[in-house]
Design a protein around this ligand. Structure first.
Ligand code: ADP
Ligand code: TRP
Length: 324
């Protein structure tokens, strides 16, 4: 694929299974197939975090997670959003071709204010900044979870409007959504979409007792032990299916239907899967966490690569619009 791929994750807390299966796993797989740009969206995170120490820690945590899980900085440009300030310049220019109505229809904005996040101008124009992230390197594909599809539609709208006004500068980017429904929208321990802001997450790097406690608290119905269970309506089964082979899934589904397994037992099997899958990455993470300089060097090198592209894009944009 001779195309460009870009994606970002906000540095707004610890990464969880939803982030991993909806986004990070694909990002790492795709780095072998195309030119990739991945970044830590710390400008976006300012819409919810107003504490410098917390923002710095979260940014470092996301960097560690990606690097330990397999992001190869020699293959993909990996950077901090704020190290490519051209993004902020492009945000302004795109905002002038963005209809208010388009932003007013943003579901994610409404959900965030419903949850009590302050309705700042930054939160409202969040999708414009996101479009600038994507368009600044003129990317073609954006691997994300299902919840980001509307933001991608808005990006395509902005790119189209800009191109119609000023000539073809931007490709219209397409989302890449995981094919499996469960992977595209991983459920949290309460059965809703797993999300940092719902407090229903299972963190990728949780381990031991805390991990066990979280898994044991996954909400299930009150069917008594020995009665048949419906795997298609069960969060434990959905999460298990993210890790299991087809055969293991079929066995668990049959045991559910035959009443041969209870939720407690299924939760133990899920714990074992998560532990086996992420366990090997934990030591590596603890080691890399000691080496801030290496992480910083990687982010700086990534920013240099992304900035070179961003500068080229901005030259086209400044010329096309008459700013230069
Ligand atoms: P959160 O909702 O926890 O704040 P982010 O908005 O930072 O997560 O999402 C980062 C990436 O992870 C995005 O590509 C998003 O689509 C994906 N993602 C987040 N939650 C899920 C989920 N429950 N299922 C699938 N993908 C998800
Ligand atoms: N809005 C995305 C999220 O909450 C994060 C993000 C910011 C992003 N800029 C992006 C994702 C550009 C993909 C491309 O998950």
């Amino acid at each position: 694929m001779n195309k460009r791929i870009l994606s970002g994750v906000q540095s707004s807390g610890k990464l969880h299974l939803g982030n991993y299966f909806g986004a990070v796993k694909q990002h790492i797989e795709l780095q072998h197939e195309a030119e990739c740009f991945y970044f830590i969206a710390n400008y976006h995170a300012l819409t919810t975090i107003q504490d410098a120490k917390v923002l710095i820690k979260n940014t470092h945590d996301v960097a560690l997670d990606y690097l330990v899980l397999g992001l190869d900085p020699n293959k993909a440009a990996f950077y901090r959003q704020s190290d490519v300030p051209e993004v902020a310049e492009l945000t302004w220019i795109l905002s002038t071709v963005t209809n208010m109505g388009l932003l007013e229809r943003a579901v994610s904005y409404k959900e965030k204010i419903d949850k009590g996040i302050e309705a700042s101008v930054g939160l409202f124009t969040y999708p414009v900044l996101m479009a600038a992230d994507i368009l600044i390197v003129r990317s073609h594909f954006v691997p994300v979870g299902k919840d980001q599809v509307q933001h991608l539609e808005m990006t395509a709208d902005m790119a189209g409007k800009f191109n119609r006004a000023y000539g073809d500068v931007f490709p219209e980017p397409q989302p890449l959504i995981p094919k499996s429904e469960t992977q595209a929208k991983v459920p949290g321990i309460d059965g809703q979409k797993m999300s940092k802001s719902y407090g229903n997450t299972i963190d990728i790097f949780a381990e031991g007792k805390p991990l066990e406690k979280t898994i044991m608290s996954i909400k299930t119905d009150s069917t008594p032990l020995g009665q048949p269970l419906d795997p298609d309506k069960c969060t434990v089964f959905a999460l298990y299916s993210l890790f299991a082979t087809e055969e293991e899934k079929a066995t668990m589904a049959a045991d559910y239907r035959a009443g041969k397994i209870g939720y407690g037992q299924a939760k133990k099997l899920l714990y074992a899967k998560i532990d086996a899958y992420f366990g090997p990455f934990r030591d590596k993470r603890k080691q890399l966490a000691q080496d801030r300089a290496t992480v910083e060097d990687i982010l700086q090198a990534g920013a240099k690569k992304a900035r070179a592209e961003a500068e080229m894009t901005m030259e086209l944009v400044r010329k096309a619009t008459g700013l230069k």
